[in-house]
Design a protein around this ligand. Structure first.
Ligand code: F6R
Length: 358
């Protein structure tokens, strides 16, 4: 079932435009008119708490950014294994995100929340323990993911989650129907953007990776809506290549991590057009750091698109959910580095697809 693909990860990365298209076919209209949300039958909410681990947590950060950015709804992020520390106020809806729906940390977090708060599950397995326990379930519709590292399920979680956010905001009267359909229109461009990003990345990444493959550690930087993507890029790189990788808000660089930057230190920047990133990039370059920018025209990987005068253009990405297409070059970067270092990209050491122990 691998077909022409060298490994499951390559196949699953490549499936992303088709996965997004099929999700949009299912949900676009029901997101724009609010019926997707109404169909879930959940009570109204004043705030949201997103509970997840790993890549699903990074997808949750993107969904939270969209909810705050579009609707101004306060949203907490709860690392599932730290749920004991969380205090959720009245009127909080819990959104539990888990590809497998069997992650022990997420199920344990539900023990704490489910009696007092309604729970919406966002999962790729609608028959999972999480789905059974939740009050309502959203299917990610990513299809089976065999590679241990999550790729297409991240993208599917973001698209389904953002569609649900738009639907919830229009159904609750927080945004009007015109704004909702404009946002859904921006989502509709995503398959083309992802395909474009993948083809640029396929050209550029092998050479970039051969310049950094002997590095022992990597920094990933982003700002605002770009930050969860930097976090996801660092997570992928760690788990696949066994190299240290740390993601930081770019503004934090000068508060400590800049000390790590030396001649040749690789620093990957998710550049979605935030002006202040340029100063951060200059700080790294001034110390000899090897900067790889994923952004608009003029970047090392010019993969980020926006809509300009009716056409797709390749410049700063300004959607409230940030530069989703950036995740594809980040996945490909991690995979390519792992391959050049001789690692098994489908079965990284020490990791399991479904983590059923705390
Ligand atoms: C990273 C990865 C893990 C999972 C995490 C949560 O590539 O696969 O970080 O994202 O273990 O798993 P789910 O989403 O099944 O709860």
């Amino acid at each position: 079932e691998l077909g022409d693909h060298p490994d499951h990860m390559a196949k699953e990365i490549e499936e992303q435009p088709a996965v997004v298209s099929s999700i949009l076919d299912r949900v676009a209209r029901r997101a724009a008119d609010g019926s997707m949300w109404v169909g879930l039958g959940l009570p109204g909410f004043h705030r949201l708490a997103i509970v997840a681990c790993g890549t699903s947590l990074n997808a949750g950060q993107v969904i939270a950014a969209a909810l705050r950015g579009i609707g101004g709804v306060p949203t907490d992020i709860v690392v599932a294994s730290e749920a004991d520390q969380a205090v959720l106020g009245p009127g909080t809806l819990v959104v539990a995100i888990s590809q497998s729906g069997e992650t022990a940390d997420v199920l344990r977090a539900l023990d704490r929340f489910e009696d007092r708060h309604p729970v919406l599950a966002l999962t790729n397995n609608v028959h999972s323990s999480l789905a059974r326990r939740a009050d309502a379930v959203l299917d990610c519709h990513a299809g089976p993911e065999i590679g241990v590292a999550a790729t297409k399920t991240f993208t599917a979680q973001v698209v389904v989650g953002v569609a649900a956010v738009i639907s919830a905001l229009v159904a609750s009267g927080r945004i009007d129907a015109g704004r909702a359909s404009a946002l859904v229109g921006e989502l509709t461009d995503l398959p083309a953007r992802i395909e474009h990003a993948a083809s640029i990345a396929a050209d550029r990444i092998p050479l970039l990776v051969s310049s950094v493959k002997d590095a022992t550690g990597f920094l990933f930087l982003g700002r605002g809506a770009g930050l969860p993507y930097a976090a996801e890029g660092a997570l992928k790189l760690k788990e696949l290549s066994y190299r240290w990788a740390e993601a930081y808000p770019a503004g934090e660089l000068k508060h400590g991590p800049l000390a790590l930057v030396d001649e040749g230190t690789p620093v990957v920047v998710v550049d979605h057009g935030e002006q202040r990133l340029q100063a951060n990039i200059a700080e790294v370059r001034a110390r000899g750091g090897f900067v790889i920018t994923i952004g608009g025209e003029g970047s090392d990987i010019p993969a980020l698109g926006r809509r300009a005068a009716g056409d797709l253009a390749w410049g700063p990405a300004t959607a409230p959910w940030g530069p989703l297409e950036a995740v594809v070059p980040l996945q490909m970067l991690a995979r390519e580095l792992a391959l050049q270092l001789g690692c098994d990209v489908d079965k990284p050491r020490n990791l399991a697809k479904s983590v059923t122990v705390e």
